[in-house]
Design a protein around this ligand. Structure first.
Ligand SMILES: [Zn+2]
Length: 369
């Protein structure tokens, strides 16, 4: 299949390759390829419950099933009712225990098709774990850059998959800079869940599944955690596809959730700005969304505004309370993952949730940190 990358800044179109991860002009890529319309009536009753039942709208030749080497049954996670008309999607039931498996499976499958043997990624934890796991499945040696302060369980998991761990002191941004320097110095493939547009082709399946699980309709509101926005942008991509295929008329609202200690997108949203300015990370228990300068910040703001959504910043006290409340309902999730439920609890208190159908993800397992 012919897959192209389109620069979102200058419009340059180039074939998918392994050498560069952003356009010469500095712009970020989206993908362009012959995409089929998904037949949801058929996928809803498919015996395949994994995200590859949506192969018609993925950048692969479906007849060849190139994912069969890397896939581990990711996707098809349950939608559980938390309260009346409030559902959580249990993405902590993925093979590496987070929603990042959706993107990593698609990205590493494509990398294998491109002949990649060695890849580099940087992460605050879960994306690194997922890239390492799917890299191991696809026969791609992985270098994972992470902060030395990352929770120990996530680091152990990365090493268990045979990846070489490069621990870096400093901020999340310093970790990214170290990874990019390594990519350039060694001419390696950058399996970035932020820059590489293949990743969003995987995370978009989250919204396909919700559409199917709600009997072919969308919720009023998607409450989604946002650090680098890999789930926000994946869901937004799926919503635009569903609209173009005629399945929905209106886009459901995307509410992005940040942690108060590091909330650059919330600040830009409040100021009505189109770009996200770097903030100082003053610390938060939600390490997975503590991104001071999100590379796709402008795209996240655009997705939120186009859907008439909002950006909420929740405090650590709210997050820890939400995590404990979920635990008492039988759901043990990592601290970062409780941020979206914290946002729901605040909306409920303020009356903003009244009469709305809401879906939020629980996207990381409690044992991870
Ligand atoms: Zn460009």
């Amino acid at each position: 299949m012919k897959v192209n990358r389109v620069c979102q800044s200058c419009g340059a179109v180039t074939p998918l390759d392994t050498a560069s991860f952003r356009c010469a002009c500095g712009g970020l890529y989206r993908l362009s390829y012959p995409k089929g319309r998904i037949d949801f009536a058929a996928t809803a009753v498919s015996r395949d419950r994994s995200l590859y039942k949506y192969a018609a709208a993925l950048p692969f030749d479906a007849r060849k099933k190139p994912w069969s080497q890397a896939a581990m049954g990711e996707g098809g996670t349950p939608l559980l009712e938390l309260h009346k008309s409030v559902y959580c999607k249990a993405d902590y039931l993925m093979p590496t225990l987070s929603f990042k498996d959706r993107g990593a499976s698609v990205l590493m499958t494509a990398a294998r098709e491109l002949g990649v043997k060695e890849a580099v990624a940087d992460s605050s934890g879960n994306a690194g774990t997922a890239i390492a796991a799917y890299g191991a499945r696809a026969g791609i040696a992985c270098h994972i850059f992470a902060s030395a302060a990352t929770s120990k369980k996530k680091l152990e998991q990365i090493e268990a998959h045979g990846a070489l761990l490069h621990l870096t002191e400093g901020s999340r941004e310093d970790v990214a800079r170290a990874a990019i320097a390594y990519v350039r110095a060694h001419g390696l493939f950058y399996a970035s869940h932020i820059f590489n547009p293949l990743f969003y082709e995987g995370t978009k399946t989250y919204a396909y599944e919700v559409f199917e699980q709600l009997s072919f309709r969308m919720p009023d509101i998607f409450l989604l955690p946002a650090g680098n926005g890999t789930l926000v942008l994946g869901v937004y991509l799926a919503l635009t596809e569903l609209k173009s295929w005629g399945y929905i008329c209106e886009l459901p609202r995307i509410f992005a959730v940040q942690a108060e200690g590091c909330a650059p997108i919330a600040r830009a949203f409040e100021r009505g700005e189109a770009e996200v300015r770097e903030v100082e990370n003053t610390g938060t228990a939600a390490e997975g969304i503590a991104i001071a300068a999100p590379a796709r910040g402008a795209e996240i703001l655009k997705a939120v505004r186009e859907t008439k959504g909002s950006v909420l910043a929740v405090t650590d006290a709210e997050i820890l309370h939400a995590r404990a409340a979920l635990g008492l309902r039988g759901l043990y999730v990592e601290t970062t993952s409780a941020a979206s439920y914290a946002a729901y609890l605040r909306m409920e208190k303020d009356g903003g949730a009244e009469g709305r159908l809401i879906v939020l993800p629980l996207c990381g397992a409690g044992l991870k940190g």
